[in-house]
Design a protein around this ligand. Structure first.
Ligand SMILES: [Zn+2]
Length: 93
């Protein structure tokens, strides 16, 4: 998980997840108040991780039954949500 670049305070999963869902809103370090912006590469990676599985699922949908499709979506989306904050990287604004 990303730490504050200045004081090494680790950001929480919740903080980073919130930042991602608010269109990559910058994170303020809770300890020293330094503003961190999402790195450009992380934005691209996050977009791929969110859109990629949906694209693949959409592609296999005609071959899978409705239920197996729904179950796949229910498995993939939480996995992406869980994983995303650990791959996001921030730099000082
Ligand atoms: Zn800090």
């Amino acid at each position: 998980m990303q730490r504050c670049v200045d004081c090494q305070t680790p950001f929480t999963w919740k903080q980073i997840n919130k930042s991602v869902w608010l269109a990559y809103k910058p994170i303020t370090c809770p300890n020293c108040g330094m503003l961190h912006k999402v790195q450009f590469l992380s934005r691209i990676l996050a977009s791929i991780m969110m859109v990629g599985p949906l694209f693949v699922l959409n592609f296999i949908a005609p071959f899978a039954g409705t239920w197996s499709f729904i179950i796949s979506v229910l498995l993939v989306l939480p996995a992406v949500l869980l994983l995303l904050p650990s791959i996001m990287r921030y730099r000082l604004a």
